[in-house]
Structure formats: structure tokens, C-alpha cells
Design a protein around this ligand. Structure first.
Ligand SMILES: Cc1ncc(COP(=O)(O)O)c(C=O)c1O
Length: 368
């Protein structure tokens, strides 16, 4: 008799649709027979085109000699540095193996059968995945102008809802809800839900328009703010993010995590990256300039796009899958969006100046 893994698996797991990540450079080079791997341009995972801070690289090198030791499971130095930076107690911070791990921990702690999670229809897909893996019901709320509709999301909260996820700025739409909208939403919130503001890209948003969600944490409101070193800090490969939440919430998440969830090299690099204000400023300049360039070129080509505030942009190219594939043949990787119900769009990450120009040139050829 042949063993049926499907039959033996938990049915709600067997039914999950796997996450489709941005394709790795080497994989695309192999598939399309591109010999010069270095010529492939990846604009598919909202990474920092400048790479990591040189200070983070130096810290990783130093820490390499200590890799026979287990990490500090409490991430003491990173936690303290973040606490000081964000003006919250260290007990309100929990580092994680990327913010993805923290999204998953939230589901372990707060979701399960007979609960529901509210999210936007075109929000970051991992919210749906973790909710489904926990057997929670997903309440997907349509967006308004590609933006979270917080009034509709509040109206969608049911008595069994435990979590509301708000990607802000949201991936893949690149849009953000502002402080006043968040204040209104929070004012009318029933007391059976926790709101997760996923701020993976918040450091790229001009400070004068970035909402102050940490104020809710300081006031002990039911809010979890997620941030990451993967995007603006250029450390996606290391896997390190963090949650900021009231102490009682962090204590619960802390129980559900692995004892050494953030590796020692990641802790050292994140700490060093936090101290590099210059790299952060360069990154912001690169992203602003790159977005402006891309928007101008899309206008010139008559391609509709969704005005963005993070380091990526959704553009309507007609047939997203075809363009995704033909760009890959030319060594440019973007992200198709049919999985998000946007078959005519692709999402492109802001790269270096040369990478952005290369993308536009190849896009023109593919659309000609
Ligand atoms: C909105 C959002 N949240 C979370 C993540 C996960 O980031 P990481 O696990 O690398 O911190 C991403 C990455 O694509 C994202 O776009």
C-alpha cells in the first residue's frame, strides 16, 4: 500500500496555497539560460538595492568567529537598542526571524478554530496564510482605491474576530492609511480584537506623514506594530524583524516562539544597522528618486500605476503574466500579481538608477 501523505495531513494544511516568493536570480538565470548571472536584475522582493549597511557587514564578519555559540535567546542588546530608539520599554519588544515569524506567532497565540481574522482583500498574503493554517475564518474586506478601507474593516469585525491585520504601507499596493484614519478606526474598536499594524516599509515613508502607531502601544491599547530589517535596512537574507506591543502581549508571544528564534549574526548586524543613519538617508534618497523616475516613465508610456509610498510600485501592463515572463527572458525579474486578483498588473521594486533604467528599457521592448 502506498502511503498517502495528503490523506494523513491535517486537511486545512493540505488545502493551503503555498506562498509564491520573488524568484531568485540564479533560478531565473538557470531557467532562461542566461550565462552572465550578474547581469540579471531582481526587482521582485522589495529589497534594498544598496545592499546592507557597511557597518552591518563588518558586524557580521566579527560575529562569524562566534558561530559555535548559541545566540542570546533574549536578544538583549538589540532589544534594548530598539527600546531606546522607539521610546518604549524593552519588555514591549520581541525580535523575530523576520516579521513573517511574528505574523505566524500572532496566529498561534490569538487565532484558532471558531475565531476570525479581518484583513483587506489585497493585503500581504501571509496574513491569510497564517489565519488559514490556524483554522481561523478569513474575513477579506474590499479595498478602496487600492487602500485599506478602515471603516469597512471595522464594520466587518464580528464577535469571534480576534485579529485585524493592516499592512501599512501595504504590500503589494504600496498605499498607506494615514494617522487620522487610524485614530478614527481605533476609537470605535470593540474590545475583542487586536490590531496588527504591519509597518515593514515605514522607515521609507516621509516622517511628517507616517502615522504614530507606537503611541497606542505606549497607552497599552490592543495594538501590535511589526517592523523589519529586511527592507529599508537591507538585511532580508538574515531574517530579522520585531514586534512592538504592550508588555502582556509580548509575554504571550514570547512563550510561543522558538528559544533561539533570531540567530546571533542577525542580532549583531541589526544592531549595527540601527546605528547607520547615513545608510538610511541614502536608501531614502534612492527610493524617492527611483519612484519619481518610474512614475514619470509610466506616464510617458501611458501605463496606469498606483501612486506608492514605499519602495515598490504596482503598474498596469495589460497582461501581467506575459510581461513577467518576457521580462525574465531578458534577465529582469518583477512580480506577477494575478495571485492578488490583479492579472493586468506587475509589481516592481525600486532598484538602483541603472536597474530602473534597464527595467524601463526592457519593458518598452516587451510592450512594443
Ligand atoms: C507588508 C510585509 N510584511 C511583512 C513582510 C515580511 O518581511 P520579513 O519576514 O522579511 O521581515 C513583507 C515582505 O515582503 C511585507 O511586504
Amino acid at each position: 500500500m502506498t502511503l498517502s501523505f495528503e490523506r494523513l495531513a491535517n486537511p486545512w494544511i493540505a488545502r493551503l496555497t503555498p506562498y509564491e516568493p520573488g524568484r531568485p536570480i540564479e533560478e531565473v538565470a538557470r531557467e532562461f539560460g542566461i550565462e552572465d548571472v550578474a547581469s540579471v536584475v531582481k526587482l521582485a522582493s522589495n529589497e534594498n538595492a544598496l545592499g546592507p549597511s557597511p557597518r552591518a557587514v563588518a558586524a557580521m564578519r566579527r560575529s562569524a568567529r562566534e558561530m559555535h555559540r548559541y545566540p542570546d535567546g533574549g536578544a538583549f542588546y538589540l532589544r534594548n537598542a530598539l527600546a531606546e530608539r522607539l521610546n518604549v520599554p524593552p519588555a514591549c519588544i520581541l525580535p523575530g526571524n523576520g516579521s513573517n515569524e511574528l505574523i505566524e506567532l500572532l496566529a498561534h497565540v490569538f487565532l484558532g478554530p471558531e475565531t476570525a481574522a479581518v484583513m483587506a482583500e489585497r493585503a500581504f498574503v501571509v496574513y491569510r496564510l497564517v489565519a488559514e493554517a490556524s483554522r481561523a475564518r478569513v474575513i477579506a474586506v474590499p479595498m478602496k482605491d487600492y487602500t485599506h478601507d478602515l471603516d469597512a474593516m471595522r464594520a466587518a469585525i464580528t464577535p469571534d474576530t480576534r485579529m485585524v491585520f493592516v499592512g501599512n504601507p501595504n504590500n503589494p499596493t504600496g498605499t498607506m492609511v494615514d494617522g487620522p484614519a487610524i485614530d478614527r478606526f481605533m476609537a470605535g474598536l470593540p474590545d475583542n480584537v487586536i490590531v496588527c499594524f504591519d509597518e515593514a516599509y515605514i522607515e521609507l515613508v516621509p516622517p511628517e506623514i507616517a502615522p504614530d502607531t507606537l503611541a497606542f502601544v505606549r497607552k497599552n491599547r490592543p495594538v501590535v506594530v511589526l517592523r523589519t530589517f529586511s527592507k529599508t535596512y537591507g538585511l532580508a537574507g538574515l531574517r530579522v524583524g520585531y514586534a512592538v506591543a504592550p508588555e502582556a502581549c509580548v509575554a504571550l508571544l514570547d512563550r510561543a516562539r522558538q528559544p533561539f528564534n533570531v540567530n546571533a549574526m542577525a542580532q549583531a548586524a541589526a544592531l549595527a544597522a540601527l546605528g547607520d543613519a547615513e545608510h538610511l538617508a541614502r536608501t531614502r534618497r534612492l527610493v524617492r528618486g527611483g519612484l519619481a523616475y518610474l512614475e514619470e516613465e509610466f506616464d510617458r508610456m501611458g501605463l496606469p500605476f498606483v501612486p506608492a509610498v514605499a519602495n515598490f510600485i504596482l503598474v498596469d501592463v495589460g497582461d501581467g503574466r506575459r510581461v513577467f515572463r518576457q521580462l525574465q527572458e531578458r534577465g529582469v525579474i518583477v512580480r506577477p500579481m494575478d495571485g492578488y486578483g490583479l492579472p493586468s498588473h506587475v509589481r516592481v521594486t525600486v532598484g538602483t538608477r541603472a536597474e530602473n533604467q534597464r527595467f524601463i528599457e526592457d519593458l518598452r521592448k516587451v510592450l512594443a
